[in-house]
Design a binder for this molecule. Structure first.
Ligand code: ATP
Length: 384
């Protein structure tokens, strides 16, 4: 493992060296920015290399890629390009300024210089740039004193209106705070509370909120961030409602969604089903506690999403045995399948799953001892 990590580190260093080498020898004014500068100051590994170019970043990316020979994707409408090489990503963007026409909506973008570009960023710790151009290589641009905030372990916004312009920064602030174990700077915290009070989160589209939640749950510190979402009233959830949050990112994600108002987020049909099942998880665990017979376990758990049964074992380890028994039941070959239902004249509809479940329960309880008996039983059902 250690060796793997150190080889990944070496690859990253070599990609970084090639990127720097290219820009130092070129005419471009280019800068390392954002996560990379922040993380190297913190002594942490950073996944991506972010470069801002004063000028056409896509053209620069194409020339750079002739040297590093990765896979390049350009996004003309944003003036950005990404190069994937050795499992790493180099993101190149043209320096830009943004104007917010209306709060909580995406901004208009204009070309600009590095200082203006830093000015549009979310927090001081992300608004630091290091030149990789020939004439001022290594020069640090830190107009908002981000380096000092890294030392003081503070998350600080750049402008009073920051959370109003872009309320996704409310989620981002808490994510960084908990990822690094930092604090919200006093004014930042106050302005964040004000933005929440003014209902700015509700002005975001469901998709933008969902993106932020996905980012939060991709981090080890998701539990703390979820507590903060409750503490700051970003979602109307009492802390007490979160007491049963499962200890795994993916299950906790659905658990949190189940505490939010229905239909507030654009989920797929499958995800909606999972979230609905999570809504009933407390009740389900109470029933499961009481269930003694195998057939009861099956009746209770078979309609429920697998993610929920998995989560139950995380929330209440004492129910693990019952879930194990249920999983073993699922592996038993049923006497009757959908094919039989068709053969014996049942019209394919929603009832299919119900009928199959009922017959399987009789099989589990040994009330039907063979396939022949099960078919006889099926015929009686059709007559009714
Ligand atoms: P990480 O990837 O480690 O979470 P990052 O800093 O690379 O951190 P990204 O989400 O990739 O984060 O964003 C890259 C940079 O873009 C950030 O460092 C920040 O400066 C800027 N940025 C991203 N989202 C916003 C936003 N909503 N408002 C202002 N600036 C932003």
């Amino acid at each position: 493992m250690e060796r793997l990590r150190s080889s990944a580190k070496k690859k990253k260093k070599s990609v970084l060296r090639k990127v720097i080498d290219f820009f130092v020898k070129s005419e471009y004014h280019a800068y390392l920015v954002g996560g990379y500068v922040r993380d190297s100051t913190l002594g942490r590994e950073s996944i991506d290399i972010d470069v801002v170019v004063e000028g056409d970043a896509i053209a620069a990316a194409r020339k750079l890629n002739e040297k590093i020979k990765g896979k390049i994707v350009a996004y003309a409408e944003f003036g950005t390009a990404s190069i994937s090489v050795d499992n790493l990503r180099v993101d190149l963007a043209s320096a830009r300024t943004e104007k917010y026409k209306s709060p909580a909506h995406l901004p208009h973008v204009f070309p600009s210089t590095i200082v203006e570009d830093l000015n549009r960023r979310d927090f001081t710790i992300n608004a630091i740039a290091m030149s990789i151009s020939r004439e001022n290589f290594g020069e640090i641009f830190d107009p908002f004193e981000g380096l000092a905030d890294i030392k003081r372990k503070l998350i600080r916004i750049l402008h009073r209106n920051s959370f109003i312009d872009d309320p996704t920064r409310i989620f981002r602030a808490l994510r960084y705070k908990n990822r690094f174990g930092f604090k919200l700077e006093e004014d930042t915290e106050r302005l964040m509370r004000e933005a929440v009070k003014e209902g700015m989160v509700k002005r975001l589209s469901g998709q933008r909120i969902l993106n932020e939640l996905n980012l939060i749950f991709a981090e080890d510190s998701y539990g703390e961030t979820v507590n903060d979402l409750s503490y700051y009233g970003i979602f109307a959830i009492k802390r007490n409602e979160l007491r049963l949050m499962p200890t795994s990112n993916s299950h906790a994600f659905y658990y949190l969604l189940s505490k939010l108002p229905r239909n507030s987020l654009p989920l797929s049909k499958k995800e909606k089903e999972i979230v609905d099942d999570f809504r009933n998880i407390d009740e389900m665990m109470v029933k499961l506690n009481k269930a003694t017979k195998k057939s009861m376990l099956y009746t209770l758990l078979s309609p429920v999403a697998e993610e929920v049964t998995e989560a139950i074992t995380l929330i209440k380890p004492e129910l693990q045995e019952k879930i194990k028994t249920f999983n073993a039941l699922k592996r038993i070959n049923p006497f009757i399948t959908g094919k039989d239902l068709r053969k014996y004249g049942f019209k394919p509809d929603k009832q299919y799953a119900k009928i199959l479940r009922k017959i399987f329960v009789l099989q589990i309880d040994k009330k039907l001892a063979s396939r022949r008996e099960a078919i006889e039983h099926l015929k009686t059902l059709r007559k009714k």
